[in-house]
Design a protein around this ligand. Structure first.
Ligand code: HEM
Length: 527
């Protein structure tokens, strides 16, 4: 597995015995208020090109829940302790900003809700959270179903043609189509065909990922940034997206002006339930750059994360056929009991989604093993204590969700995909009931605003896909390995063989003869 070369990585990063005695912990305010932070010494070379959160796991086992990692002149604090994570994210969240993250994402998100800090963040959070009310999220379930159905049609064709499919890119397109409609009522239709705007979104995303993993910020070099072909392409992509955004905002504004508007808490325009429509109806300033920054932020935040969750969920399901069987059994039962979908082709309703408890656990557990993003980034704005360790202002901090989610002390069989670890009749696991050992959507005031949205979206897509198809790793597919951008990607795609499932005999009187061979692939004939 990919956690195997532990020893090799530790050697590269230097065992505790090699700690340079001269590298002393920075001490807040000049006076020592606690023990020195454990220090690990690393080199950038050992991290470039590989999923950087993996060596952090090995170091966590060696140095503990809070330690300092030195990368040449730079230094980071790595946090893998639930109480310290709770302190930074919730109890003393005012003392921390987004730091490096805001700097890296500035070119695309500006002061959108994810990078924003202080007063801008406070005002915008208050404007945006109400847009994702219960009625909106419920309306989105139809959208999730429609988009997932389009993906099913694509897979149906691949199954007929006997072609393998690369699921990671298909999931990326599925969630792009969903988030475009959901945020600003735009149909990217990227599942059907490639167009300039879809390409522009991907150019922008790849740039954001490159910047967050690149050791040298070439995009800041004065002349290079204007003549580099790569930067020119990025600027053109951003200009194209911004033009579309301007058009969408103008169109939406006209709709709002023509409405007999009665704004209230659960306001929603049935024809256009988008977040943009809510924001304009609530009085958001159409001409502001802030509105564009927030739309762009939600486009990116809600696209890549959900796609990564689906990718790793299907990877895990292919590795754990017993979980897949149980999942398919629940989905078959749920859709059969739904009167609107007796023949099995209706789209899921909110009621169905609520009944899909095991499916939800599958997503919960997939998010434990593959958190998106695997680390949260913060910077201290003042002196503080992290557990027993004093820290100064200006420290860059990585909270490793990956480490929290795989901590062997906290989780039984931490590396095993076991959706049963949370009983179906219990509450959905979240940061509060798991005491900050489980943070799939963060925690505290900066917690994800799209957690319900994303959970329903991934549950609906997973249920609809496994209901109609079986998924196996394609024969001869390259091994699935991880690499990081903002979320965890595969290095070479998720290549799968998709086969149609035999529909369960839903009409009791219709006799079905099911012929099954030893490989488990089945075919049926109705007599
Ligand atoms: C923040 C995860 C889907 C919008 C966050 C954070 C996490 C997260 C961990 C906290 C970041 C931090 O504290 O530094 C996820 C996952 C998703 C998902 C795993 C999918 C499975 C979405 C969707 C939307 C969205 C669909 C939009 C509709 C946001 C926004 C923030 C955020 C705006 C920033 C909130 C703030 O700082 O006040 N997300 N997210 N996310 N997410 Fe999500």
């Amino acid at each position: 597995g990919w956690l195997a070369p532990v020893a090799a990585r530790l050697a590269k990063l230097g065992p505790p015995g090699e700690l340079a005695a001269g590298l002393l912990t920075k001490v807040a305010g000049g006076e020592r208020r606690g023990p020195e932070l454990p220090q690990a010494v690393g080199s950038l070379a050992s991290v470039a090109g590989e999923a950087f959160f993996l060596p952090l796991y090995d170091l966590f086992l060696t140095y503990g829940g809070v330690f300092r990692l030195n990368f040449g002149p730079k230094s980071f604090l790595i946090v893998s302790d639930p109480d310290v994570a709770k302190h930074i994210l919730r109890d003393n969240s005012k003392a921390y900003s987004k730091g490096i993250l805001a700097e890296i994402l500035e070119f695309v998100m500006g002061t959108g809700l994810i990078p924003a800090d202080g007063e801008i963040w406070r005002v915008r959070r208050r404007a945006i959270v109400p847009a994702l009310h219960q009625k909106y999220v419920t309306a989105m379930i139809g959208l999730f179903g429609n988009a997932s159905d389009r993906l099913c049609q694509k897979l149906d064709k691949a199954a007929s043609d006997g072609e393998d499919v690369e699921m990671e890119s298909l999931f990326s397109r599925l969630t792009l189509d969903v988030i475009g409609k959901a945020v600003f009522n735009y149909d990217f239709d990227s599942l059907s065909y490639d167009n300039g705007i879809v390409e522009a979104v991907y150019v922008t995303l790849r740039e954001a990922e490159m910047r967050s993993t690149s050791p040298i910020p070439t995009w800041e070099i004065p002349i290079w940034k204007d003549i580099s072909p790569r930067q020119r392409k990025v600027n053109e992509a951003l200009a194209l997206i911004n033009n579309i955004l301007d058009e969408l905002i103008a169109t939406c504004k006209r709709m709002v002006d023509e409405e007999d508007l009665q704004f209230h808490e659960e306001y929603m325009n049935e024809k256009d339930p988008s977040i943009l429509h809510f924001l304009l109806a609530s009085g958001d300033d159409v001409s502001s750059k802030q509105l564009r920054d927030d739309l762009m932020t939600m486009l990116i935040a809600g696209h890549e994360t959900s796609a990564a969750v689906l990718t790793w969920t299907f990877y895990l399901l292919s590795k754990y056929p017993n979980v897949m069987s149980k999942l398919q059994a629940e989905v078959d039962l749920t859709f059969m009991l739904n009167a609107d979908a007796v023949l099995g082709d209706g789209l899921p309703t909110l009621d169905d989604v609520k009944k899909l408890k095991y499916t939800t656990r599958v997503i919960n557990e997939s998010l434990r093993l593959y958190p998106q993003p695997p680390v949260l980034i913060r910077r201290s704005l003042e002196d503080d204590m992290l557990g027993e360790y004093p820290i100064g202002k200006g420290e860059d901090i990585f909270i490793s969700i990956w480490n929290l989610h795989r901590c062997p002390k906290h989780w039984d069989d931490a590396d095993v995909f076991n959706p049963e670890r949370w009983p179906l009749d219990g509450p959905n696991p979240n940061e509060t009931n798991q005491k900050f050992s489980y943070l799939p959507f963060g925690g505290g005031p900066r917690k994800c605003v799209g957690d319900m949205f994303a959970t329903f979206e991934t549950v609906v897509a997973t249920a609809m896909l496994v209901k109609r198809f079986d998924f196996h790793m394609a024969p001869g597919a390259p091994p699935v390995e991880m690499t990081t951008g903002a979320t965890i990607h595969t290095t070479k795609g998720l290549n799968m063989t998709v086969t149609r499932r035999i529909k369960p005999p839903v009409i009791p009187n219709l006799e079905m003869k099911i012929v099954s061979d030893s490989e488990g692939s089945t075919s049926s004939t109705a007599s």
